[in-house]
Design a protein around this ligand. Sequence first.
Ligand code: ADP
Ligand code: MG
Length: 690
Amino acid sequence: MLEGKAREAGVETIFDLLWRVPRAYGDAPERVLLGDLEMGVTATVLVEVNSIRRIRVRRRGLSVVEGKVADSSGEQKVVWFNQPWIENQVKGGSSYVMEGRLDKKGLVVSAQEPTDAGPDGVPVTEGPARWQDAGADGPPGLREGGIRGRHPGSEELRPARWRGWAWHACRLAGDLIEPLPSSILERRGLAGTVSAIREAHFPQSEESSVLAMARLAYEELFLHQAVLRRGRIEGRTGGPPAIPLVGGEDDSRDWLKGLPFDLTADQEAAVKVISGDLERTVPMRRLLMGEVGSGKTVVALEAMLRAAGSGTQSALMAPTEVLADQHAATVSRLLSGSGITFALLTGSTPPEVRTRLLEALITNDLDILIGTHALLEDPVVFSRLALCVIDEEHRFGVRQRGRLDRKAPEGHGAHILHMTATPIPRTLSLTAYGDLDVTELRQLPAGRLPITTRVLNEASRGEAFEHLRSEVRDGRQAFVVCPLIEKSELLQARAAIEEAERLREGELKEFEVGLIHGQMSSQQKATAMAAFEDGRTDVLVSTTVIEVGIDVPNATVMVVEGAERFGLSQLHQLRGRIGRGHHAGACFLIAGSSGAASARRLAALADESDGFRLAEIDLEMRGEGEVTGVRQHGLPRFAVARLPRDEALLEAARSDLDLLVGKGGGLDRPELGPMLELAGRRFGPEGIKR
Ligand code: ADP
Ligand code: MG
């Protein structure tokens, strides 16, 4: 039934078609007599076809079908463009409802329906035709007055065509299985899935369209939460048990006491909940979400200490060498005198060091191994791996996404702690990370100096560089971030090279200007970083490679060129690179073009320093697809549900699920089988693209 073009638009089955509901609703065009048609106005007419034929046209790629139709007011020429099949579909002598717009060639028809019989030959009565009047066999109602769904078109298929197909699909929809448990339908007073689908496509009224759409959104969110919950329970109880980590409490307490700072309340709460996880045989699957500098590494290190205290090993894997180096530096600083052993393993580790390290690992003489995806290689064999900490997992390439926890001892699973510095709003984390427990570190450690953020236009960019120069003269350092160039690391690198050249000759002539970009080898990057860290370069010109993991406390100024091209969360990440030491930071956002929307987004950044709040603002302003990190994390594509708009429905679905199976309860009851099967088919067995 569906054409290749429909498949190109992502619609392969009738089910897909049914869920391709209108994007919006409007008033259907009024029914008029042929004699009352007005030039340029879309209208509906009820006519009899006197003649129809295909016209030969000279222009290739154009087809024209012409006809003569009549009603009580007279005759009218009608035309169909590029629908050659109309010649066989529309029969002379039959009556049709037609919708179209009059122009000088005649009435250009965009949709038509026979009135004397439905497509299955069932005669149809006169008058307004709606599902509730005519039952499942009724026509879709080109004749209906009032509200009309606007079906989304696709590149090659016009909305009217989708609408026609939707009608046929709705007629077949009676066989759809109701996926929602009847107890929920009853308690919430929800319509069945079939009538909701039909109402969404061909509603009786505006209210009924709103109710139908909410019902469908709820269904999607409920089913999605159900698969996530099942995956999460099976993923943990179905696999081998983790080694329960008990016995590290004393070490942990002593270590925390010896730290040069007190944990923030958020850190304390995270430590508590994680230690609870680690004591169980059910493997931990937790995500620790907190901005750069919120102290995630410290929390992870506490867990690794517990692991060491109970005679097991842990691994901390980061997506880049820079990040792995930095974790190693933090760990080294915080572990001195604790008796805990750790090592760093990356692609740059010299062979003899590597050999020694791997030996120590297998004899359990090494408590903590930190590194990049080099940790995944086969020769890396642990004696008793019990805890895996994975930083910024979504930044690992697909090929590197092997599983570290496979290296746990035979017959055991590992506890896994994921960390991310890209906070995403709760509504998204409930859907994107539904399989993980989420812990947030929202507070930054005390004593952080605020960063002043200013938005400047091109004309006043001189002010930014003036401030930059005065800071560098005072011994501070600075970043200049080059504009984001869509999809091309190469172009971006080139822009950074040119910018560095230009600044060396111009604004920053008196200083040492360094350069770092994604096209450099990791060796070159490390050299550039080291020069900046040691203060041999004053200003680092860079692409977004500095977004994560660069920690130079002496850097106090950042200038972001073309700031309007970045996402809010990304800019927030970037500015997190400055003001990390004892001096206040200043961030200048140079906005090239000044659209109202981008001006509003940048203003939000100047006002707001909480990354979680900014992620919410970004989500409200740009929609879920654009929020940094969300797409990589594999948010499902819902057909109807939209977040954060449908947050209330999401919460309702979650609490209904709890009510159905008990809080945290399993979904293994046989009567839930059909629902889970449907849900699994719709969203994939795990509900996420991990
Ligand atoms: P993240 O991994 O979230 O970016 P880190 O754990 O690396 O953050 O911490 C950033 C810096 O802040 C480190 O130098 C760390 O020692 C320090 N730090 C962590 N927690 C605190 C705290 N509660 N008080 C003061 N400094 C802290
Ligand atoms: Mg960190």
